[in-house]
Design a protein around this ligand. Structure first.
Ligand code: GDP
Length: 177
């Protein structure tokens, strides 16, 4: 019997960048049109990666800005993060930088497993953030970067498998399980 490992992942980012849509695509496999200002929602899914099984517990948050104080429940017992901005909003990208700093401080400056996601890549005429900028920011943290479209179901599965791999990578770099 394979060991099922529990992983808690929190999705953070400015409001309306597509956090709920990405979580919903991943868990339900569909895109729901329209903006639902989530209070906080949790999803569970078993994810199989090679021989390993993971019980992924996803927390979809209401959205933050540069003034938000992250509650302890977003820090304690959390294995990894998906930080989402919209490629159509420079402001949402700027908010990510301050969120990362807060996570870094909250985790006592140890390495935090993060996947940085530029969502709404289907809206390229309205683009305000180039892929290269996202890539550069993620590289400065030693994190993974990807662009996605929850609407077109582009790379949405990959985000959540990547965060599980990222958690394993950071844990292994500390020589822990
Ligand atoms: P949240 O507040 O970050 O959870 O954002 P939502 O998931 O509620 O999405 C906000 C709005 O953006 C909704 O109207 C969605 O339909 C839309 N949206 C989300 N993801 C995408 C995407 O990848 N492409 C496009 N074109 N619209 C999206």
């Amino acid at each position: 019997m394979p060991l099922v490992r529990y992983r808690k992942v929190v999705i953070l980012g400015y409001r309306s960048v597509g956090k709920t849509s990405l979580a919903h695509q991943f868990v339900e496999g569909e895109f729901v049109e329209g903006y639902d200002p989530t209070v906080e929602n949790t999803y569970s899914k078993i994810v199989t990666l090679g021989k390993d099984e993971f019980h992924l517990h996803l927390v979809d948050t209401a959205g933050q800005d540069e003034y938000s104080i992250l509650p302890y429940s977003f820090i304690i017992g959390v294995h990894g993060y998906v930080l989402v901005y919209s490629v159509t909003s420079l402001h949402s990208f700027q908010v990510i930088e301050s969120l990362y700093q807060k996570l870094h401080e909250g985790h006592g400056k140890t390495r935090v497993p993060v996947v940085l996601v530029g969502n709404k890549a289907d809206l390229s005429p309205e683009r305000e953030v180039q892929a290269v900028e996202g890539k550069k920011l993620a590289e400065s943290w030693g994190a993974t970067f990807m662009e996605s479209s929850a609407r077109e179901n582009q790379l949405t599965q990959g985000i959540f498998t990547k965060v599980i791999q990222e958690i394993a990578r950071v844990e292994n770099s500390y020589g822990q399980e």
